[in-house]
Design a protein around this ligand. Structure first.
Ligand SMILES: *Cc1c(COP(=O)(O)O)cnc(C)c1O
Length: 523
């Protein structure tokens, strides 16, 4: 294990070029090996000049601090460079294709950003009088209208701040509806084995016990198993459509029918709505509640790019239980109703302090308006076309998990084709980094062995898809030709090589302590 210039361990090979050349400083070309801001030192200086206090600092008596405050003191250029260098170590959708299946990493149009920065939206205060924020309320009202129209659902709760938060909102509506009908003793929620982890987690959080629904050999909900598990104690099913194998649930109407026949509700995980937006209305399929990830389907940034938003559309049966606030058209314009009253007297409560992520509403609405309804339909068509192109091209070397028939917006491969090569899905993904491509989603969904889930989205050009496929095919051939080291030690060309990801997840070090800075202290 080598150490970098501030004494932090650097994985072997981290600063070695392909030719084996190693730098003395840990830098790579003009990219410096970046220490933590605390390790940059300068405890006794500051980048800002303060006037001496014009009152007696000793007003504080013996409360005056005698030890250093412990904040790194950096000049303005040092601070700026630190953060710019950090940003260069991050992958971003603005840098290259980001093929994370299920995450829908699509281009975030700059027009949306421009709209979100209009002072009338960006400088709003959540407590300012509603009469002074009518434009913003109108935007929320129009966004709600588009979401209801696109999904064919009569109501929408805008406040949830992520997909998982939307799931919580939907299940709380379902719970409230059962309780209002005297069915509060329904304790089970059924979730397919391929579900995103947030589905069972949400159901458990709401207090339900979770039971798995089996999957058929062609990657879809096993209707017979679903029917066998439905019963008078089932509150809801949570099904994703298209599902996390990238497949449309062909029996979706039947799934809804038998679920309703047993008195349970159908929660649809709408994270994959981008595959069907403008083509299929979930309301027509019998869905009772569905979250929409604005940061996926409607192109608002996610991950490091900002907060998400997960509005939930609701059926007639669940709408009365929707969380506050909601918008009504009053005599003086639009009004946010903050508490239970009138038809909405049965609201289950609130999901957040104010009205949700205004900036995301603006971005999503700008995206909808710039595409129009025909453009949104084409979003779904192109997303599906791109995924099928990848599935077809990569099938030359890799094994699709469900070879029969087309996929929806993501192409799923298993690791069958790696058998006997000594290379695993993880190794293959790490080697992609050396070739300039962010890995696809790995080992999810769990029902597929060594899964590699690739979602190109509609925003990638054919040229970029070809570059991506060429790189993966070349890597696949290298793996089959026995060039195992290229994979097992990868990435060789990233700032850091293999990390102990399990340790990082299980025992994260989130706080810097001076004792970690031994080399500095010794200086
Ligand atoms: C992304 C995703 C979620 C969770 O959404 P967040 O906005 O990340 O909370 C749930 N289900 C599926 C299928 C997803 O892809």
């Amino acid at each position: 294990m080598t150490m970098n210039n501030v004494g932090r361990p650097t994985a072997p090979g981290a600063a070695a070029t392909a030719s084996g050349h190693t730098s003395l400083t840990g830098a790579r070309g003009l990219l410096q090996d970046e220490p933590l801001i605390f390790e940059l030192g300068g405890w006794d200086k500051t980048g800002v000049d303060f006037d001496p206090p014009d009152h007696d600092a000793y007003d504080l008596g013996d409360l005056v601090r005698t030890a250093p405050i412990g904040i790194p003191g950096l000049s303005e250029p040092e601070t700026l460079r630190h953060y710019v260098r950090l940003s260069q170590k991050n992958h971003a959708i603005d840098l290259a294709l980001y093929p994370l299946g299920s995450c829908t990493m699509k281009h975030n149009p700059r027009l949306n950003e421009k709209m979100a920065r209009l002072p009338g939206f960006a400088d709003l205060h959540p407590l300012q009088p509603q009469s002074t924020a009518q434009g913003a309320l109108e935007l929320m009202d129009r966004l709600a209208h588009w979401l209801k129209t696109l999904t064919g659902m009569p109501a929408v709760a805008l406040t949830p701040k992520a997909g998982a938060h939307g799931e919580l909102c939907g299940l709380l509506c379902i719970k409230a509806a059962h309780e209002a009908a005297g069915n509060g003793d329904r304790r089970r929620v059924l979730v397919p084995t391929s579900a995103h982890g947030t589905n069972p987690a949400t159901a458990a959080f709401v207090g339900y016990s979770v039971e798995e629904i089996a999957q058929t050999a062609d990657g879809r909900v096993d209707l017979a198993d679903l029917e066998a598990k439905l019963g008078p104690d089932v509150a809801a099913i949570m099904v994703t459509n298209p599902n996390t194998c990238g497949l449309f649930e062909r029996e979706i109407i039947e799934i809804a029918r038998i679920t309703h026949a047993h008195g349970a509700y159908f929660y649809c995980d709408g994270a994959n709505f981008n595959a069907i937006v403008g083509r299929v209305r979930p309301g027509d399929l019998g869905v009772d509640a569905m979250h929409i990830n604005l940061h996926k389907t409607f192109s608002t940034p996610h991950g490091g790019g900002g907060p998400g938003a997960g509005p939930v559309v609701l059926s007639e049966a669940l709408a009365p239980f929707a969380p506050a606030p909601w918008l009504v058209h009053g005599p003086d314009g639009l009004e946010l109703v903050e508490e239970a009253r009138d038809q909405a007297a049965q609201t289950f409560g609130r999901m957040c302090a104010f009205q949700g992520q205004m900036g995301m509403f603006v971005r999503a609405y700008a995206y909808m308006r710039s595409h129009g309804s025909d453009g949104l339909r084409q979003v779904a068509e192109d997303a599906v076309l791109n995924a099928n192109y990848i599935k077809a091209v990569l099938s030359a070397e890799m094994t699709p998990a469900f070879p029969d028939g087309p996929c929806m917006h993501e192409a799923l491969f298993d690791d069958h084709w790696l058998e006997g090569t000594g290379v695993t899905t993880l190794d293959f993904a790490k080697a992609m980094i050396d070739e300039g491509f962010h890995p696809m989603t790995m080992y999810f969904p769990l029902v597929v062995h060594g899964a590699m889930l690739i979602e190109p989205t509609e925003t990638e050009s054919k040229r970029e898809l070809d570059r991506f496929c060429d790189a993966l095919l070349a890597l696949a051939r290298a793996a089959k030709a026995g060039d195992v080291e290229r994979f097992t030690g990868a990435p060789y060309l990233a700032p850091l090589s293999r990390l102990d990801e399990t340790m990082a997840a299980r025992k994260p070090k989130l706080t810097w302590r001076p004792e970690h800075a031994t080399p500095l202290a010794a200086e």
